[in-house]
Design a protein around this ligand. Structure first.
Ligand code: URA
Length: 436
């Protein structure tokens, strides 16, 4: 087989066979297909799409590119979650400890930032010393002893996704349904999950912009899960504005801690989101008979301090500096912390949340090239919401920047992204449906 022919076939909108897809994935993983050729194929897929069969074949080829994990000798039932990516999405940091505190052990493989969307590992690494590089023995031991593990995708698990993910991040090919669906589902299948809760984000800050496309993506992923014999549920959630207030790695860890401890700074929309995702995990694991009961259990795990305790146990087991968790003010601090205020009065009509995500990337909180280092201290905290009435001079966001130039650029970008105008606007719903 020949990569140029495969690229040309997809460029010409023809359907690839399972053998061609498999050959590409194995050859790219082995380093026999160059990044520039893989980039061309990714762009052809981005532009021309893939059929349902091609998407399933791509997912299975990615799973077959490495080992699969089986934690069933340690855990009876493995429940997992995954977000399709957004701005300010620190859900995993809160939901996993709560679910674990409800008696559902979780060992999750998480990823890094992708394009303008943040990644759990980058966020967690704001905590000094914390590592996601765990040998399989430690994953099992920690899952058994603490019931909570947050590991990096090991090089041996779906390695093709690791390589493709990093390439998509820097080639403008992230927002493609078959690429997102196969990326997410290959990791979940390779990690041996019995039940999967998918958080499919739609809106200006998601890779998928419309509810209709979000529903399609959700259906593709639920079907892949079903074909592979895993219970799969997808929740369509809003990403037309950042989730919670904080965007940026260390700031999001801080907000997750506020939420786990029910501090006054914990944003209500983010809490509602965590309850929804967590309740499906608890329900699917068979620990509650209905979603209402599951939500009550999760709330009790926060209120009793059990969930925060689980979070701390995980940090400590993974070599993180607990003093930063006990006192989030010790998390990395930016040089310049300065407010952005509204330059006009009116109602917030909309937000360009993708641009807000890129604001964090340009501040140094994400990557523009594969090798870029992350600055954990930078980002913004934005307490306002679409539909809020704003007066000129009112606080829109507080920017955390590495220097004054970074602050000025972020300020301009935020003021451009947050559209203030005449006329009332209803607050946005948090969820648009569930696909089971
Ligand atoms: N999350 C993933 O794991 N992969 C994607 O492609 C998008 C979000």
């Amino acid at each position: 087989m020949n990569i140029v022919e495969i690229i040309s076939k997809k460029r010409d909108k023809q359907e690839l066979t399972a053998e061609e897809i498999d050959w590409f994935i194995q050859s790219y993983t082995a380093g026999e297909v160059a990044d520039y050729q893989a980039s061309a194929l990714l762009m052809a897929i981005y532009l021309n799409g893939m059929s349902r069969q091609e998407t399933v074949d791509l997912t299975l080829a990615i799973v077959a590119s490495g080992e699969t994990l089986d934690l069933h000798d340690t855990l009876d039932f493995i429940v997992d979650k995954h977000s399709s990516g957004g701005v300010g999405d620190k859900t995993t940091l809160v939901v996993l400890p709560m679910v674990a505190a409800c008696g559902v052990p979780v060992a999750k493989m998480s990823g890094r930032g992708l394009g303008y969307s943040g990644g759990t590992l980058d966020k967690m690494e704001s905590i000094a010393g914390w590592t996601a590089n765990l040998p399989i023995d430690q994953i099992k031991k920690q899952a058994a002893e603490i019931g909570l593990v947050l590991a990096g995708q090991t090089a041996s698990l779906a390695p093709a996704d690791g390589k493709l993910y990093a390439l998509r991040d820097v080639t403008g090919t992230v927002g493609s349904m078959p690429l997102i669906a196969s990326s997410i589902m290959s990791k979940k299948l390779a990690a041996g999950s019995d039940a999967i809760v998918l958080d499919v984000k739609v809106g200006s800050g998601a890779f998928i912009k419309t509810i209709e496309d979000g529903r399609k993506l959700a259906e593709i992923m639920v079907n892949i899960g079903k074909d592979a014999g895993r219970q799969t549920v997808a929740i369509l959630s809003d990403m037309n504005q950042p989730l919670g207030h904080a965007a940026g790695n260390g700031l999001e860890v801080q907000e997750a801690i506020y939420t786990l401890t029910n501090a006054p700074q914990a944003p209500a929309d983010f809490w509602e989101h965590c309850l929804k995702i967590g309740s499906y995990m608890v329900l699917m694991a068979g620990k509650a008979d209905d979603l209402d009961t599951a939500e009550k259990m999760l709330t009790a795990s926060r209120d009793s301090g059990e969930a925060f305790n689980k979070f701390k146990q995980m940090i400590s087991a993974q070599s993180g500096d607990l003093s930063m968790v006990d006192d989030p003010n010790k998390l990395p601090k930016a040089q310049v912390i300065k407010d952005v205020t509204a330059d006009t009065s009116g109602t917030i009509q909309s937000m360009d949340t993708e641009q807000l995500g890129y604001t964090v990337v340009h501040l140094g909180g994400g990557r523009l090239q594969k090798s870029d280092a992350i600055n954990p201290a930078v980002g913004f905290v934005m307490p306002v919401r679409i539909g809020d009435k704003i007066s000129s001079g009112q606080l829109i966001a507080t920017v955390h920047a590495a220097d004054a130039v970074g602050y000025e650029r972020a300020k301009k970008s935020i003021l451009e992204s947050v559209k203030i105008g005449e006329g009332a606007v209803d607050p946005l719903p948090h969820f648009y449906g569930v696909i089971e």
